[in-house]
Design a protein around this ligand. Structure first.
Ligand SMILES: [Zn+2]
Length: 220
């Protein structure tokens, strides 16, 4: 993947926001009715006692699982700090656990993200990096897109010397259905700036995240 130009990113994000806003949100009642249809599709009776509250609970769970649509990732990173006393070393936040859902099956994607950047001038509160991962995780996703979105957003807002994002995750659409490969994890990465062009920077980052990608596939 070649890094997109900032202008492209802004246009892309604008189109995304417009697309999401233009979708009329159904009422909770409509959403609950849809769940009742799926319960019948599964072969059960939505009117039996144990399932009576399920549509309401699932609709509320959706609010949490997909809360990322309500947060603007650019706004989230907007508050940056410039007084860094000349700190120009790598900032790495590793092992950020996340839960997402694949856009093909709405099945969980459970994994960890490692995020790094080389500040040019501006740094951001470290918890914001974890929040950024969540904003994109709490949407319907494919892992490749999520990896690129996180890296591109940091690149756009902080304008750093480089950004690196590595994500390793288990896809439940693959572990619990389909080909049932329970221990397989998928690893994706997006390297921008110095992480892309300078092998020693990339090596330093990979050493800092401890090559977890290949070492412990079963711990995610
Ligand atoms: Zn899937």
């Amino acid at each position: 993947m070649s890094p997109a130009r900032p202008a492209d990113l802004k246009a892309e994000r604008k189109a995304e926001v417009i697309a999401v806003r233009s979708i009329a949100r159904p009422s909770p009642k409509e959403a609950e009715d849809a769940v009742r249809v799926l319960l019948r599709w599964a072969g059960d009776d939505p009117d039996r006692e144990g399932l009576l509250g399920t549509p309401e609970r699932l609709v509320r769970a959706f609010d949490e699982w997909f809360s990322g649509y309500g947060v603007d990732p650019i706004d989230l990173l907007q508050r940056t700090f410039e007084e860094t006393d000349g700190y120009d070393e790598m900032v790495v936040l590793r092992d950020i656990r996340f839960e997402s859902h694949c856009e093909h099956h709405i099945a969980p994607i459970i994994g960890r993200a490692h995020v790094a950047y080389l500040p040019r001038k501006r740094v951001v509160g470290i918890s914001k990096l974890a929040r950024l991962v969540d904003v994109y995780a709490k949407r319907l996703q494919i892992q490749e897109k999520m990896t690129a979105q996180i890296a591109n957003t940091i690149n756009e807002v902080l304008n750093p010397i480089g950004v690196a994002v590595v994500i390793e995750a288990a896809h439940h659409c693959m572990t619990t259905r389909g080909i049932h490969k329970a221990s397989a994890t998928m690893v994706t990465s997006r390297m921008l700036g110095a992480f892309r062009t300078d092998p020693s920077t990339r090596r330093e980052f990979l050493a800092m995240i401890g090559n977890t990608a290949s070492a412990q596939p079963s711990t995610v």
